[in-house]
Write a protein that binds this ligand. Sequence first.
Ligand SMILES: NC(=O)c1ccc[n+]([C@@H]2O[C@H](COP(=O)([O-])OP(=O)(O)OC[C@H]3O[C@@H](n4cnc5c(N)ncnc54)[C@H](O)[C@@H]3O)[C@@H](O)[C@H]2O)c1
Length: 331
Amino acid sequence: MKMTTIKEILSDTSVPSLVSESTTETNRNSTTNPLSIIWEIIIFYVLSTWYIIEAIYRLFVPVTEKSVKGEIVLITGTGHGIGRQLAFQYASQGAIVVCWDINEKTNQDTVKIIQEFGHTKAYAYVCDVSKRENVMEVARKVQAEVGDVTILINNAGIMPSHPFLDHTTEEIESIININVMAHFWTLQAFLPKMIEKNHGHIVSLSSCAGLIGLRNLVAYCASKHAVRGMMDALNRDLRVNPKNRIKITIIYPYMVDTGLCIRPQIRFPSLMPMQKEEEVAQQIISAQRRDVFEVSIPRHYLSFFYYLKLHPDKIGNLMNDILQSYTDSDL
Ligand SMILES: NC(=O)c1ccc[n+]([C@@H]2O[C@H](COP(=O)([O-])OP(=O)(O)OC[C@H]3O[C@@H](n4cnc5c(N)ncnc54)[C@H](O)[C@@H]3O)[C@@H](O)[C@H]2O)c1
């Protein structure tokens, strides 16, 4: 009987499982060979140097944005805010836009506006993304009526803001169900087809609250850190296939002027201004089209947070005391 090699397994895009035991076994075997380890270290240094040079070069000459014309883009939370802007902008760039929101009226309005601008390929579906059954059911409808989703944007989210002990149990569950579990359900619904075709892009809305802890946002921060970890890990899973062409982009916006953040407090608004939803959507699409793995909005915040993490916690606290940028309790 002919044995299938690991390479064959990995290059077979019809394999639904992302990580096979045999793959991890191969990695383990290769680490026991000293010559192989030395070779891997040399390759590591050569490639690291190359990647640093490439990153510096890309600061001046950005990657060309790929086209989204004809792509089927499904965006959750399109009835308002960033999601609505994303739907407008993707439609204007020639994508087929599938709009999901729990609010039928505002979602229909989004699609109506898109169609008034002459972009006929926009579709509205009512879906509560926190409910797995609902996600699966509406996903089946989308596949039958529109086609295979090639760009998935997990955007819908809520942000109740108050001290942890003032959160009700139901509220904590809603935050986790909408901001995190929904990402699992949409991935279960749409990732298999992307893997089968080896084509797709998943964009997840985390937040600066997914990079650091913020007062009044214990549950929200937990949800946004979870999104970050989930997508980081999924990216590793996908990399197991050396021929993988499915991309991941994680977005960390600072406060955006959509009304989600009910009582924003910013001590230095000229230094850290609220972001405009149109510009945020534009930057999200640009990051997706350039295959950027993670980006904060504004862009330099990500480097700033990573830089701060290199220092003792007390310095982070001091910086927090000086900047005083947070959301006040909405109670
Ligand atoms: N606005 C900000 O300051 C900010 C900052 C960082 C990150 N974000 C993230 O960006 C994303 C979008 O935020 P926004 O400011 O545009 O929010 P928004 O409140 O303006 O819009 C959110 C949309 O999601 C929909 N929605 C809520 N629950 C849903 C559910 N269960 N199923 C389907 N749809 C549902 C709402 O009806 C609404 O149309 C969120 O994930 C948010 O956490 C926002």
